[in-house]
Write a protein that binds this ligand. Sequence first.
Ligand code: KG4
Ligand code: ZN
Length: 348
Amino acid sequence: MLLLGIETSCDETAVGVVEDRTTLRANVIASQVELHAPFGGVVPEVAARAHLEQLQPTITAALAEAGCVLADLDGVAVTSGPGLAGALLVGVAGAKALALSLGLPLIGVNHLRAHVEVAQLEHGLLELPVLSLIVSGGHTSIVRIDADGTFTQLGATLDDAAGEAFDKIARFLGLGYPGGPVIDRLAREGDRAAHDYPRPMLHEPGFDVSLSGLKTAVVRDLRRLESVGTDVVVPDVAASFQEAIVDVLVARTVAAAATTGVGTVVLAGGVAANSRLRERMQPACAAQDVRLLVPAIRLCTDNGAMVAAAGANRLAVGMASPLDLDADPGLGLAEPTRTPVGPGAVAP
Ligand code: KG4
Ligand code: ZN
């Protein structure tokens, strides 16, 4: 079974091809980072237009990388939410056109679930239940995925998403967009103990996190240093800030594993690319006999292979989406509308 996956929820036009749910055949990403960088963040209209220009060539490149043609496909999967409305619409419209013209099932995929399910491309089908720390630019939560595929949110950020916090601090430091990778790189040369930033909610019950207080504390500290004429050592700030976020994310995830007794944790989403988070999560999970699955970095940040993998999981149990599938910017962790494959679900 060969699935094409289309991802256009934010600033990457990405297309992947996955065979038999677990074999990665292609993963092509047309990044828009340079287009948005001058604005210090993603401009939704610019993103939608760039997706429109890049979608067709990215599909062609992915098919070439996979060594297959459209006629070989068994289904077309697409991120239908959450994400930017105009950006999502381009992918959804493109996927519908492909599915309709080829007579293939269309599978709408939840972007956040796809971030978790991508782990099967390196580790095989997930043995449920698992816990996942989903940390991206717009989302931060700890979820439990049960054997029937139900996603239950155990905790979430009460304010900023982890990626958002990285991006905001990077912008404040004049480091450009996206900030996560830059802070990650600079932090390697910095002193993690140089600044004692707060670890909000670290010792409170439950699995929620709050990151805006940490962000405010960093900004306040930088302003204070500036006002007294002290030079700011940017790598030290980056390392100290990153350490505070990682402390909170690791502690909450490990506590969730201990409380639920679930023995596998999947690190998911763009912030899962963070080298310190990857480094710290490993021993913390091992100490509790918890198996940690960490996707390769290029599969953590937005990509089409994760959409193809998640689509393949739905199609394997006979589910597809109707051709009037809508983009849903506020989808949260819910599944998009889906019906059994058959009349109305597949193209005529
Ligand atoms: O999952 P993703 O690619 O897109 C969304 O669905 O949001 O995540 C993007 C986020 C951005 O905020 C970016 O700064 C962050 O992931 N990110 C990182 C790293 N690489 C990407 N944050 C920290 N360290 C990294 N190495
Ligand atoms: Zn994402």
